[in-house]
Design a protein around this ligand. Structure first.
Ligand code: ADP
Ligand code: MG
Length: 731
């Protein structure tokens, strides 16, 4: 009997929703209470210090050590009042998680053996040297210079978690190369600010800064902790490598937006209370499409901060899930046959004068500004569609993309019928028709005013990986476990380069005697034509689209290790270097890490799958087979001839089927192990990743197919692994 599984099921049914209470009656009472925000800072340091710090945050001016000392002292005082005894630099290595090493504030007053005091200096705030040798670098750190350091990012506020002051930082090598996700993001945000501000100033000289905004929507699964513990695949890989579909899953669409189950409801309230303490404006919560799948989305914010908040939120969710007897699954595809999880990245640009650059304007100038940013974005996505796909691609996300539930593995943009009509109209107009000046030199656009309703009522296309949704673009291909930095760095860099090019083209036309409006219009018109291939309003899941996209010259590659190469094409190298975001060396190093990570992920899965097959599936199936054999022997003792044959016919058929499937599974596992042995000897990361993709991965399907068939025939009571129906419907 498989007591572990049945115990877990029994225990899971007994669990009740926890009672959770908010830290205070009103959210506004405690929102951001653990964050060292500007307004809090102002209470702990002088006006002059605040001014220097603001300069550093807004203009990137270097912070001198005296200022840093002051900030550190204020920070320490504030953190200690919240109960902090330790501090840590918090950084984002190339592993999709975060890293931290806690140090206590204590130091000797005068010397060893003497009394201690709490110390925290500017030096410690600004820079630290974690042992960098265990973090992936893609070969950037040579063995003799294995060090790297973390450096304070003053644009993301410090916060206190439990007893620790957490300081967001970037992570770089001693020779200055980025070893993390944050450094390139900050550079990309800087690049898009510069480029977009220059374009905005053609319309309004008052614009001094452009912000990039991000609103992420975090999807996740919750699985009962006891059931999770008895699935080695979930435990070690975050996804089920085996398991037959449940008879009922999401066919009835009865989970999406349904009433939240009470245990989950308690979890959701709990994570929100926690989010608010850290200033994360959690706004939306609901059931997602698949059973036991849910979503959390905050109000959007400045991109760098939003990324940090997402990373913090994922950690909070993981921690709190355990308090509620759940395990949180952030894997992009934990269960086959039902929807996987994504993290839509709602992205927009906005000026320091309060203008949303993807919000249709109220005046002709405003509309021209809107169309300028819209068309430049389409152009950037068109030119860099392969790169944008590479920016969201991982071993995990590959299972989700193109699986008839998530955007396909082809990047296209959806803008809806109204905007399509407007772009078509512009494309078909002459500049005289489109740009009209009246006697008072006031601009008139030859396009109808973009209707107000449009703002909150964009027609929706759920199958598009990059959709315009009224006042922003929604990059939907991002995976649920991802650090949004990757997608946001690629997108903002691409748009920055595009806007720079646009400005140069317009300037050249003006220099040649064109009016500003005509120059802008002419360039936009040429972009509308040139970027047409990226626009697609149809069904992105369909087979026809794959054929059509190929014809249009969009990147249709589906092999993950191959997709990463989009980062190192001459175009991408030029893009990242010209925008000052990543050097060629860094780009190559990052791909080495991506290939290595890909290989390791598949390698671990292959091992777990082999273990499951040999230690669980085959023994269980053999036991059941032996039980059937026993039955046949007994039948033959009691009955003879035709009668015996008839009575044991079903058993014999099953015995044969089990025997055949076991043989297939065993052979596949053996062959897979042999293949790995050969492949592991390969020297180059790319080659190895390709071999894992081409040669190792195909065994997964064979093993899974046959074990899932066995699951259907073997006595349920003997089956040790919790089944899909239990993982997905017990909550
Ligand atoms: P849906 O599920 O319909 O896509 P949600 O309400 O779940 O929408 O999420 C929309 C996300 O988009 C939220 O995080 C929201 O704050 C964000 N958002 C709204 N407007 C903007 C904008 N201008 N720029 C960036 N993000 C935005
Ligand atoms: Mg969305």
């Amino acid at each position: 009997m498989s007591s572990l599984r049945f115990n877990a099921v029994g225990e899971a049914f007994k669990k009740k929703a926890l009672c959770v209470t908010p830290p205070s009656q009103f959210t506004s009472d405690y929102f951001g209470k653990n964050v060292f925000t500007k307004s809090v800072m102002a209470k702990y340091m002088s006006k002059d210090i605040m001014k220097s710090l603001n300069n550093a945050i807004e203009k990137g001016v270097t912070i001198d050590i005296a200022i840093a000392d002051n900030v550190a002292t204020g920070m320490k005082k504030w953190a200690m009042e919240l109960g902090a005894t330790h501090y840590t630099h918090w950084f984002q290595p190339l592993t999709d998680g975060t890293a931290e090493k806690h140090d206590s504030f204590i130091d000797y007053v005068s010397g060893p053996g003497e009394a201690v005091i709490e110390e925290f200096s500017g030096k410690l705030l600004v820079q630290q040297e974690p042992d960098a040798s265990s973090f992936p670098s893609g070969g950037i750190r040579s063995t003799f210079e294995a060090r790297g350091y973390t450096a304070w990012d003053p644009s993301s506020p410090a916060f206190v978690v439990d007893d620790t002051l957490v300081i967001p930082t970037i992570f770089i090598s001693y020779t200055g190369e980025s070893l993390d996700m944050k450094a390139p993001l900050l550079k990309a945000l800087n690049a898009v600010d510069k480029a977009a501000t220059a374009v905005c100033q053609m319309f309004d000289p008052n614009v001094k800064k452009v912000f990039s905004y991000l609103g992420w929507e975090q999807e996740y699964f919750l699985v009962d902790e006891g059931l999770y513990a008895t699935r080695p695949d979930l435990l070690l890989t975050g996804r089920t490598l085996l398991g037959h579909e449940s008879a009922k899953n999401q066919q009835l669409d009865d989970h999406y937006f349904g009433a939240v189950p009470s245990r989950v409801g308690a979890f959701m309230r709990d994570i929100e209370f926690e989010a608010y303490k850290y200033g994360i404006p959690a706004k939306t919560r609901h059931n997602e499409v698949a059973p036991n799948q849910f979503e959390l989305a905050p109000i959007f914010g400045e991109c760098n901060l939003a990324v940090d908040q997402n990373l913090l939120m994922m950690a909070i969710m993981k921690r709190i899930a355990r308090r509620h007897g759940f395990r949180l699954l952030l894997h992009e595809k934990p269960f086959s046959g039902i929807n996987g999880s994504g993290k839509h990245n709602n992205w927009s640009l906005g000026t320091d004068t309060g203008i949303g650059l993807f919000t249709p304007g109220k005046t002709p100038e405003g509309n021209l500004l809107f169309v300028t940013f819209l068309v430049n974005t389409l152009m950037a996505v068109y030119k860099n569609n392969a790169l944008l796909k590479a920016s969201i691609m991982t071993a995990q996300n590959a299972h989700r993309l193109g699986a008839n539930e998530a955007p396909p593995a082809i990047v296209s943009a959806f803008i809806g019928t109204q905007l399509t009509a407007i772009l078509d109209k512009l494309e078909g107009s002459t500049s005289e028709e489109a740009i009209m000046m009246d006697d008072k030199k006031k601009l008139h656009l030859g396009i109808a005013r973009i209707p107000e309703v449009f703002l909150d009522n964009t027609d929706r296309n759920r199958t598009s990986p990059f959709a315009f949704t009224g006042n922003r673009f929604e990059f939907r291909a991002v995976g649920s476990s991802a650090n949004c930095s990757s997608a946001m760095a690629a997108l903002n860099t691409a748009v920055a380069a595009q806007l720079t090019e646009f400005k140069a083209e317009v300037d050249a036309k003006i220099a040649a005697g064109s009016s500003k409006e005509k120059a802008i219009f002419d360039v936009i018109k040429s972009y509308i034509k040139a970027s047409k291939a990226i626009r697609f309003d149809g069904n992105g899941y369909s087979e026809e689209w794959k054929k059509e996209a190929l014809k249009r010259g969009l990147d249709c590659e589906t092999c993950v290790p191959e997709i990463f190469k989009a980062y190192t094409t001459p175009e991408s190298v030029k893009l990242f270097t010209s925008m000052g975001v990543l050097t060629e060396k860094e780009l190559h190093a990052r791909n080495e890490v991506k290939w290595e990570t890909y290989t390791k992920k598949i390698q671990i899965e292959a091992r777990v799958l082999g273990d499951l097959a040999l230690n669980h599936i085959i023994p269980i199936a053999t036991r059941y087979q032996s039980f059937l054999l026993d039955n046949v022997t007994k039948i033959e003792k009691v009955f003879t001839g035709e009668k015996a044959k008839k009575l044991s016919a079903l058993d014999t058929a099953l015995i044969e089927e089990i025997g055949e499937r076991i043989a297939v599974i065993k052979k596949a596992v053996d062959d897979m192990v042999d293949t790995r042995r050969v492949v592991n000897k390969m020297e180059h990361e790319y080659e190895k990743a390709m071999a894992y993709h081409d040669k190792v991965l195909p065994y997964f399907d064979v093993i899974r197919y046959n074990t899932d068939k066995l699951e259907l025939i073997v006595d349920d009571e003997m089956w040790t692994l919790p089944k899909y129906r239990e993982l997905l419907f017990i909550r």
